[in-house]
Design a protein around this ligand. Sequence first.
Ligand code: GDP
Ligand code: MG
Length: 699
Amino acid sequence: MTESATAHDLEDSVLKTPVEKLENQDAIQVITDDQSYNESEIVPFVNNINDKDYHVISIFGSQSSGKSTLLNNLFGTKFQTMNEQISRGQTTKGIWMSNRIMPENNKNLLIMDVEGSDGIEKSEDKDFERKACLFALSSSEILMVNVWENQIGLYQGNNMELLKIVFEVNLQLFQDSESSKKVLLLFVIRDYIGNTPLEAHKTTLCNELDKMWEGIKKPESLQDAKFTDFFDLEFRGFPHFVFQNDKFLEACSNLRTEFDSEKVFNHDKYKFNTKLPLDGWEMYTNNCWKVISSSEQLDLPTQQILVAKFKTKEIANKLFDEYKVSSKTLLLDFGKNYESIYNLLNQALLAFKESGGRYMESVYSEEKLNLIKEIQTLNFEHLSKSIDEKIHENIISKSIQNSLSKKEIIKATPSFVDRSFNVVTAFEKEYESELIVYLDKELISQEHQTLLVDGFMSYVKSVLEEENKKEANKLKKKLNKELFKEIEEYLEISVSKPDEDFWADLKVFYKKSLNKTLKKYTQKDGSLKFPLNFTDEETQSYIKQLSLDNIKTLNKSIKGISSVQKLVLILEEQYKNIFLTDQENQAPRMFEMISLPDMENLHHSCKARCENWLQQFSKGSDLSTWNDDVYDIKSEDLRSQVTAEYSDYSASDSEDEDDGQSTTIINDLKIKRVLQEFTKKVNIISLQTKRIIVQSSMN
Ligand code: GDP
Ligand code: MG
């Protein structure tokens, strides 16, 4: 640049300071000389900014093209110009930032100036230049592109090549088809003489940009993207800073007005949706720089989303902690404090909207849902606990039992199943209407409501299930009691005579009796139907149990007559019945008419019949088959259980080893004992009879 020496000379003497110099806001370095993100300075810098509304702009252009000079004159910043660098012997590179409070609205204008080392075309410097430009592009709303008027149209000259690379990488790294953020490229045409209308330059530059855009390698998803999808364009001319200083300053003043009124920022109608709040900006640019400096293939939306997620989560966590504290006592009585709890929730959501709502809409909404869910879960825990306490088990159980077993209710609704059903519906109604008082979509989710109702109803049902089991047991006992009574009565009579078909007869009677008892529960179609709340499977196992219990009942009766003592009595009774009674005319035998030898014969045959009966009785019968045809169960299903039951009883009276398969109910030893006793008794009877015969023959 040939004019620079002259310009330098003139600058000090001519330069006016049209903008009040920024006193407090000296520039800080965002990216340092050694190309690292200067977190230690940026964080306090950003934290010190009071009003959090802000805009970010930056400038791009070749070295010593008057960028810093323009910014300083536009905004009163104190970026180092080349002249100062020379006078101080410094050559720095990096990105600098200053904050200017915009006078009209007190918003912050963050201005970034990119500085490279001068002149020397080292590849390292080119690399930094590119990265710096990419950083400026990704973090700014407006990128000012500094070009000389006389270089417009000379492709190489005005850094179009650099822009092309930057745009290309920008597309790869930071854009996707979803991104709605647009950057304004504000071309500041320097040393603008004014002969060529700006419109003409605009056309030339637009053509160049279009050509460049066509040549850019675009990612698959952005093949059809247009330049204008990502960029808006504006053009401003700036007369020579030194030779037309007044006009230069005037142009600065004009543009400054456009900034101050935020006119230039309104190019992008979506910007409010995508702009990060200032407290996320540091993290975002830090990440951008990481991506750029390592050139990882990440995209800008991802970075923005990550920051938004992190920040909104942070805010939501804080609000939830606050909610926990402020709702603590209220939640202890959810029902009573329902309205206050509701207000707390609304306050939390409002606060979340205020700070979290500044972030990306989709992320904000998602986090808002999370926050609501967390609060709802907390509410739910308390509500369900207080409800549990309120409708204490005892109360429910008691009222269920009442509704099931009160006499008048049983009278009105005899079927247990119907009564249970009535209880369930009554509770469901009552509970839901009770809950509805507290249940609000915001306070407790639909899911939680369902959980509450389900939990409660399943509790009611479990109580009913217990009742059902009790009822089933009662029924089984009642049924077996009736059966037992009938069998006892039958045996009482049946064993009094030594009938040879004892088991067959008993079986017939048992079946008849059982069928009679069951008839109360037999439906027209002949199937068994108990008035119980059982599933088919449960009914099956209930019937099996019932059947087993029937046989146990039967067994109990048989056991009752199987002791030595009892059998002796039975046999004696049998003997008396057939020996002393004339079976033909059912009258006492007239022994006076019988000869002694006949009587002896009669005695022996009667005794033998009784002994036969005992032999036959002792063999037992396979009881497991006795329920065949009664229930719809296979006897095999019962056999093992019945046999176990049966042999148990047999073993208890037996000194023999039992093989578990035989049906023998009295062992030989016992038979021997019974017969000994029996013989003694009947011998006495026969002796007495003999005496009667002898006496009568003597008369
Ligand atoms: P930067 O490296 O792009 O930031 O450029 P500087 O602002 O440091 O300025 C570089 C040189 O250009 C200095 O000597 C300035 O005096 C000079 N200069 C600044 N503005 C203009 C301008 O509008 N026209 C011309 N021709 N020279 C300028
Ligand atoms: Mg500079």
